[in-house]
Design a protein around this ligand. Structure first.
Ligand code: SF4
Ligand code: SF4
Length: 338
């Protein structure tokens, strides 16, 4: 039995913004070249049978439109695989959007922490405004798989529902996550807890989180959402919303860092997994890789990232197989046993 596997690819750690909750940016490191990535993706498909690539950063656009169009054309050639870019959209022009669509891009994801007047940090505000404008331009080119990621923090908690409603009205798929913090030396995605004092949700706002959970259960039951209602129901348990006491156990997910090092997921890169480079997949079988993944995933200090939780719950048959949006559709297909 094999699960459909999704890979989160940190194409680059370079970024043109500095969001306060992000621990990823590193403008100095050596990174894979485009040709190495192409070889690596071929190996991910052939050796690990990865079905979906989520291409994020850092910021993919810092690599340049020519680079991204070249990559998109390459990936669009694999008809039975999907790929999506996750971008802050800074500097993406109308012409660039047209070129990306012509190159085969059919899914674009951006962060929209609030539409309106929330007390966002400067980078969050800039990327939210730019993200919305850009998704609406992609719509003009006929793209339907457009997603806005709302990261909930104390700054925007009161703006989540108005923002979700606005995205739905625009025909954009909402993806609602709770802000999280760096938990251990090998978790790379988020900033340390002390930097996030003004952002982190804690028990003082648990009643608001529960209220939000009820509203999101209702909205995600009626509309095209990234998450399903069962996911938002989990937030009623503070271990799955505020306290990060959850661990994955099924390999539905892997990640690759910008230098080619493999990870358990886009947050967790323990040394035994990271010493395997994407280009080493030429000399390793899927079973061998999976053995290392399964050995290391329980050592993660914990997680509540929605896609990860949702994937595991699908596998455990705890979520219905309702299709909602491209990602859930993929995830649902993904988790059908072959
Ligand atoms: S969250 Fe995204 S846009 Fe913000 S600093 Fe990190 S990589 Fe850049
Ligand atoms: S629990 Fe699993 S999916 Fe979540 S951060 Fe840890 S390794 Fe990643």
């Amino acid at each position: 039995m094999e699960l459909h596997l999704r890979a989160e690819i940190l194409l680059t750690r370079k970024c043109n913004l500095r969001c306060n909750y992000c621990g990823l940016v590193d403008n100095e490191r050596d990174e894979l070249t485009l040709e190495q990535w192409k070889k690596g993706f071929q190996l991910l498909f052939d050796v690990l049978n990865v079905k979906n690539l989520c291409l994020l950063g850092g910021e993919p656009l810092v690599l340049g439109i020519d680079y991204l169009c070249d990559l998109a054309k390459f990936l669009a050639g694999f008809k039975d695989r999907q790929f999506a870019f996750v971008s802050n959209c800074m500097g993406l022009t109308e012409k660039g959007i047209g070129r990306l669509v012509d190159s085969g891009v059919n899914t674009w994801v951006t962060s929209i922490d609030a539409i309106g007047d929330a007390n966002l940090s400067q980078s969050q505000r800039i990327k939210s405004q730019q993200g919305l404008k850009t998704l609406l331009k992609f719509q003009k080119y006929g793209l339907k798989n457009l997603m806005g990621v709302i990261t909930i923090s104390k700054r925007n908690i009161k703006h989540v529902i108005p923002t979700v409603n606005a995205l739905l009205e625009y025909g954009i798929i909402p993806n609602v996550e709770i802000v999280h913090y760096k938990r251990g030396p090998y978790n790379i995605f988020c900033a340390p807890r002390d930097i996030l004092k003004e952002d982190l949700l804690d028990h003082s706002v648990f009643a608001e989180v529960q209220e939000l959970s009820a509203q999101l259960i209702e909205l995600s039951g009626k509309h095209n959402f990234f998450q399903v209602p069962e996911f938002f129901a989990l937030w009623a348990d503070s271990k799955k919303s505020l306290d990060l006491k959850w661990n994955c156990k099924h390999m539905t997910f892997i990640a690759v860092d910008s230098n080619g090092c493999m990870g358990v997921c886009d947050d967790f890169f323990p040394p035994e997994v990271a010493k395997i480079n994407i280009l080493d997949l030429e000399n390793i079988t899927k079973d061998e890789f999976k053995k290392v993944w399964l050995k290391n995933c329980p050592t993660c200090p914990g997680c509540f990232m929605s896609s990860h939780v949702t994937s595991d719950l699908y596998v455990d048959n705890m979520l219905s197989a309702r299709s909602a949006g491209i990602f859930n559709a993929n995830m649902t297909k993904a988790l059908e046993y072959k």
